[in-house]
Write a protein of this length. Structure first.
Length: 158
């Protein structure tokens, strides 16, 4: 079953709820990062599935990317886990209480000079490969979820 723009919108809503909850629980982090989001993207195998329709979907990896705040990076080990809420892509065996696939919610703060063009900013990040995350994400695919006018745009591979 193909991933659609509506599925990407659903993943964006899940990510937005997760960010809101995180920033309410961690107000100091929310103070620094709640207004610094510049892109949200579907990454890894599910992003490949969006491109080719054949790669299997084990889970959904949704990454939120932020403009770096002075003096404190976004917590790179933080991972939220949510339920996609629809079984059309299967279920995650390790989470029998979930209706659909697991959604992993991760984030990174990027120290870039220009955030106006999120596709270019993210491509620069992946191309430079200075972090394990950048190298890891560049091995598969990256599809934009936000900003909304660019939903479905291919970030990676370029």
């Amino acid at each position: 079953m193909p991933l659609t723009i509506l599925d990407l919108k659903c993943l964006g809503e899940i990510a937005a709820r997760d960010r809101s909850s995180l920033f309410q629980r961690k107000p100091d982090l929310g103070h620094l990062y709640s207004n610094r989001l510049f892109a949200v993207a579907l990454c890894q195998g599910a992003a490949l599935h969006y491109l080719d329709g054949t790669n299997g979907i084990k889970d959904f990896d949704v990454w939120s990317f932020y403009r770096a705040a002075p003096g404190r990076p976004y917590p790179y080990r933080r991972r939220g886990i949510e339920d996609f809420g629809d079984p059309k892509f299967g279920k995650t065996d390790e989470f029998p209480q979930f209706i659909g696939r697991r959604v992993d919610l991760l984030g990174r703060s990027l120290d870039a000079t220009d955030y106006i063009e999120p596709i270019i900013t993210l491509r620069d990040y992946f191309t430079a490969g200075k972090t394990k995350s950048a190298h890891f994400l560049a091995q598969k695919a990256v599809i934009l979820i936000e900003p909304e006018p660019l939903i479905g745009s291919v970030v990676w591979p370029p």
